[in-house]
Design a binder for this molecule. Structure first.
Ligand code: HEC
Length: 120
């Protein structure tokens, strides 16, 4: 019984240390300022950097235009969200993936990406 309790206690302490370590790692690794930034830069989610230069992002591509001055250039927030949701509505030949229509990003995730874009 005593042994079991000790084991449990050790396990809890280990889990706690592991949690702290994971947290420390994420905190040092290019800490994103906001959730939308993480989504935009995540190669498995928005992956926007493959095609767009966005300030703060590494190794951007140039298939699409740089995403800068966003608030000034896209004062209509819904219009900007609509581009991320499905750019083929504006340009049927666009190579930009329709993130909303293809369920790569949820509506909430697109809203966070737009929040982030408005900081660039
Ligand atoms: C496969 C390449 C590709 C990816 C990935 C991509 N885009 Fe695009 N994007 C483009 C291209 C090309 C255009 C130019 C317009 C067009 O094709 O209709 C564009 C246009 C845009 C525009 C309009 C910019 C302007 O100045 O008119 C916005 C905003 C935009 N993309 C946001 C995003 C965001 C946010 C992501 C990530 C969630 C993303 N794009 C991912 C290719 C891409």
């Amino acid at each position: 019984m005593r042994l079991l309790q000790n084991l449990r206690r050790t396990a809890t302490i280990c889990a706690c240390i592991a949690g702290t370590l994971t947290f420390a790692e994420t905190a040092t690794a290019q800490a994103p300022d906001m959730p939308g930034q993480a989504l935009a830069f995540d190669r498995a989610k928005g992956n926007c950097l493959t095609c767009h230069d966005i300030k703060g992002g590494d190794a951007p591509g140039n298939v699409g235009p740089p995403l800068a001055d966003m608030k000034k250039r896209f004062p209509d927030r819904n219009a900007l969200a609509a581009i991320v949701f499905d750019e083929t509505r504006r340009n049927p030949l666009s190579v930009m993936p329709p993130f909303g229509r293809n369920l790569i990003l949820t509506r909430e995730e697109i809203e966070s990406v737009v929040d982030f874009l408005y900081t660039r």
